[in-house]
Each structure stands twice: as structure tokens, then as C-alpha cells.
Design a protein around this ligand. Structure first.
Ligand SMILES: Cc1cc2nc3c(=O)[nH]c(=O)nc-3n(C[C@H](O)[C@H](O)[C@H](O)COP(=O)(O)OP(=O)(O)OC[C@H]3O[C@@H](n4cnc5c(N)ncnc54)[C@H](O)[C@@H]3O)c2cc1C
Length: 421
């Protein structure tokens, strides 16, 4: 029997392969590599179904216009005169309204509601990776931002979000003693988890390989063959590989694979950065729980033997260029939030690694999961933006359901690739 071919070996492609294999459907994965350039390698590793808000949000236009011109701000847009980028930007601004935001938030929250349970199923099946169950602490230096963000989480409660009461500075420091006196308050999402991203990707790859699923690393797919309404094969390594069905899960590279089929999939790269400090700087109190410094949009993730600082969104095309001012801005956040953090965070040196990776960003902030319009066996699973790790297991399940039934589960309605046609 011909396999289902998954293009992309990031967390989305691998979770699709996992779910297909569990259903007894033959599957093969191709990944272009190198793995370190994928968003799945460099992210903060949070599994946070409660943080379901789409990136385009009411009020973001004003904030981002302020941020836009400073290359060290949390969001940086490098203006480009390419028609596809201009169309994307226009759609993005249009999506910054209350109605679309609420609808997107609800669709994403409903989709992610089973994320933790599905991660448990991954572990139960034998996928090994580093995981922490310490929740996520939000810490603030202004009470206005704290109250605003806390209120924003209210609608998610009905999807299972557990939320601590609002905590003042002393209470949040009692929960997380590494926080500095600058922190005026915060709150805690006790149920959310964190993991070490590269161990998840490796763990999934190892599991699949042990199960006899071919995972071809460093093997880019150069094209997809189609006949009428069907994808019939892919090309890789100069070979034609016949396919029962094809799933394009190539993150921010997805549009490049679809362009030869005359499909313009509006996915831009939202470049993010991570700084790994291993071992972490010696602090009076080591960081115990993942922290979200929401005012500066920086995630602090303590992992075994290291700490990872992640943040920034840079819309500058698909590239891995490191801008030192953005690395420095991330490092500065740890400085205000953490007690005893060195005045100058090292951003280079033997114990430091800086990574960049492209988040796959759609203009409405929602993933693209479903059959490509006009095709019966060619699917897309991409556009997960800031939530790819969180939604990976749910995406795998939904795509496997599509492959098994040739239909589309209702939960995917808001993520239909056809909405951009
Ligand atoms: C700094 C940062 C922090 C983040 N933090 C979080 C977080 O805490 N929680 C969360 O849920 N999400 C987070 N995200 C988002 C998350 O990382 C992404 O949404 C997710 O990794 C996307 O996964 P993917 O598999 O779609 O794409 P990728 O991980 O980018 O993988 C795509 C793969 O496709 C391959 N590919 C490309 N072209 C081809 C081709 N022609 N043939 C074969 N393979 C190809 C690439 O080599 C790549 O390996 C973060 C992202 C960043 C950048």
C-alpha cells in the first residue's frame, strides 16, 4: 500500500505521522532540515491551551504602530513592497477587531481543549521527552496591564482554563521566589505545562523510527505531483515517491511548496528568538516555574540544566538573520523581572546559544488545517503561529481523522484552507 507522505518534520508533521501510525495508516515523513532552523526546535516549549488568543487583536494596530519603527520592540515589521506581503498585512490589520478575535479565540480554545490529554497519550505510547508540570506564572510591572490580561482570560475558563486569583507582588513572589521587587503582581495558570522542544522532536522521531515509520531527515521535497483532484507522488532526492495522500506540514515554508500548484497560501514567517543559558546564571533563588513577562512578551523557561529566554515577533521574511538589538531586548526583560539577574545578560559565549525560528503566521492568526481546495487527498497542516507545540497533538488527531474518513472533523471549521481562496 502507498504511504501517506508528510512533508515537514517539525512538531506538526511528526504529530500527524504519530496519529496516522497509531491508526494503522502507513506513513512516511520527509524533512528538509537542519532541525535547528525549525520553529519546533527554538520555541519556549509551553503547552498552553489557555493562551488561545489569536495574534491579530483589537488594539494591536495602535500598539504595533508604536512598536513597528523600533527594531528592539516585541513586534518588528520590516516594510516590504512585495504584493503577497502587502495583502497579508492588510488582512492582518482587518482581523484586528473584536468579532474576529473572539471567534478565533473560541475556535482555538475548543481545538486545544484536549491538548494535555493528547500529550499524555503520546507519553503513554512511549514517546520520551523532557516535560515539566509547574504551570505558567504571569508577572507584571504595571497593574494596568495585569488587570487587562487577567480579564482577557475570563472567556477561556469554560474551555477548562484554571486560573489563580489575582496575586499582588508579595503573593506572586511567594509562589515564584526568583521574581524581583519590580514585579507588582501576577497570576498563575497551574494546569499548563512546559517541555524541552528539541527533546520532543527527537522523541517523536525516535518513536516513529522504532515503530518502522520512515523519517527521512535532511531530505527536502522538491515538488508534489498531482493529477486532477489527487496528489499522486512527491519528489525527493531525485526520486518519485508514490503517495496515497500528501500532508503539507512545512511550517513557514508551506507557501513555497504550494506555489507550483498555483496556490497562494498567506503564511508569513514570524521570526522568534531564543537565548539558552546553560548553566543558568547563579541567582539568589533559582527560577522554578516558567514565567511570562507579558509587557515585554518574553517567556522564561527553566529546563534541566539551563534556562531559555524566548520572545519577539519579527516580520522580515523567511530568514535566520540574528539582530543583536532584539537579542539584547529579550535579555533586558529577565533583568527587570528576576532578582539578582546579571546587569548584562550574556548573549554570546561558551554557555550561551542564540537561536531563531520562523513561526508560521496566517493573517487571521488561526491555523490552516484541512483539504486544499480542489483536492481530495492533499491536506495542509500549518499556520500555528505562537501555538504550534500546544496544538500539535490535536492537529495530529484531526488530520488522522481526515485521512481515515476522507471528511473533515467539525472542530476544524474555522481553520479551513479554503477561507483564503
Ligand atoms: C521563539 C518561539 C517561541 C515559541 N514558543 C512556543 C510555545 O511556548 N508554545 C507553543 O505552542 N508554540 C510556540 N512557538 C510556536 C511553535 O514553535 C510553532 O508554531 C511550531 O513549532 C510550528 O511547527 P511546524 O512543524 O508547523 O513548523 P516547523 O517547526 O518550522 O517545521 C517545519 C519543517 O518543515 C521542513 N520543511 C520545509 N520545507 C520542506 C521541504 N521542501 N521538504 C521537506 N521538509 C521541509 C523544515 O525543515 C522544518 O523542519 C514558538 C515559536 C518561536 C519561534
Amino acid at each position: 500500500m502507498k504511504p501517506v507522505v508528510v512533508i515537514g518534520g517539525g512538531v506538526i508533521g511528526l504529530c500527524c505521522a504519530f496519529a496516522l501510525h497509531r491508526r494503522g495508516i502507513p506513513v512516511t515523513v520527509f524533512d528538509a532540515g537542519p532541525a535547528e532552523r525549525a520553529a519546533s526546535h527554538v520555541n519556549a516549549g509551553w503547552v498552553v491551551p489557555s493562551l488561545a488568543e489569536p495574534v491579530p487583536a483589537p488594539g494591536l494596530i495602535a500598539t504595533s504602530l508604536r512598536w513597528m519603527l523600533r527594531s528592539d520592540s516585541p513586534l518588528y515589521i520590516r516594510p516590504r513592497l512585495e504584493p503577497a506581503f502587502l495583502r497579508w498585512t492588510l488582512r492582518f490589520w482587518r482581523a484586528c477587531n473584536v468579532r474576529d478575535y473572539r471567534a478565533g479565540l473560541e475556535a482555538t480554545a475548543a481545538f486545544g481543549a484536549r491538548a494535555l490529554e493528547l500529550y499524555d497519550a503520546l507519553r503513554d505510547a512511549g514517546v520520551r521527552y523532557e516535560e515539566h508540570r509547574d504551570g505558567i506564572v504571569f508577572a507584571y510591572r504595571t497593574s494596568g496591564a495585569l488587570r487587562h490580561d487577567y480579564a482577557e482570560l475570563e472567556p477561556i475558563r469554560r474551555f477548562g482554563c484554571e486560573l489563580s486569583p489575582l496575586l499582588d507582588g508579595d503573593a506572586v513572589r511567594a509562589l515564584e521566589p526568583s521574581l524581583s521587587e519590580t514585579v507588582v503582581g501576577g497570576f498563575w495558570l497551574p494546569r499548563e505545562r512546559s517541555l524541552r522542544p528539541d527533546t520532543l522532536v527527537r522523541g517523536l522521531g525516535d518513536y516513529l523510527t522504532e515503530q518502522g515509520v520512515p523519517v527521512h531527515s535532511n531530505t527536502p521535497v522538491s515538488g508534489i505531483e498531482t493529477t486532477g483532484t489527487r496528489a499522486t507522488a512527491v519528489f525527493a532526492n531525485g526520486e518519485r515517491i508514490p503517495a496515497e495522500a500528501v500532508i503539507v506540514a512545512a511550517g513557514a515554508w508551506t507557501p513555497r511548496l504550494l506555489r507550483p500548484l498555483r496556490v497562494n497560501m498567506p503564511i508569513e514567517a514570524g521570526k522568534g528568538y531564543s537565548i539558552d543559558l546553560a548553566p543558568p546564571p547563579a541567582l539568589p533563588r533559582p527560577v522554578g516555574r516558567p514565567l511570562y513577562l507579558h509587557e515585554t512578551r518574553v517567556a522564561v523557561t527553566p529546563l534541566d540544566g539551563m534556562i531559555r529566554l524566548s520572545g519577539t515577533m519579527e516580520l522580515s521574511g523567511l530568514n535566520h538573520h540574528i539582530r543583536p538589538e532584539r537579542v539584547a531586548a529579550i535579555a533586558r526583560s529577565a533583568g527587570w523581572a528576576l532578582r539578582g539577574w546579571p546587569r548584562e545578560t550574556p548573549t554570546a559565549g561558551p554557555n550561551v546559544r542564540v537561536w531563531t525560528g520562523p513561526r508560521p503566521m496566517t493573517p487571521d492568526g488561526l491555523p490552516v488545517i484541512g483539504w486544499l481546495p480542489g483536492y481530495r487527498n492533499l491536506a495542509v497542516a500549518s499556520g500555528h503561529a505562537m501555538l504550534g507545540v500546544t496544538l500539535a497533538t490535536a492537529t495530529g488527531e484531526a488530520v488522522a481523522e481526515m485521512m481515515a474518513t476522507a471528511g473533515v472533523p467539525g472542530i476544524l471549521a474555522a481553520f479551513d484552507p479554503g477561507r483564503f481562496s
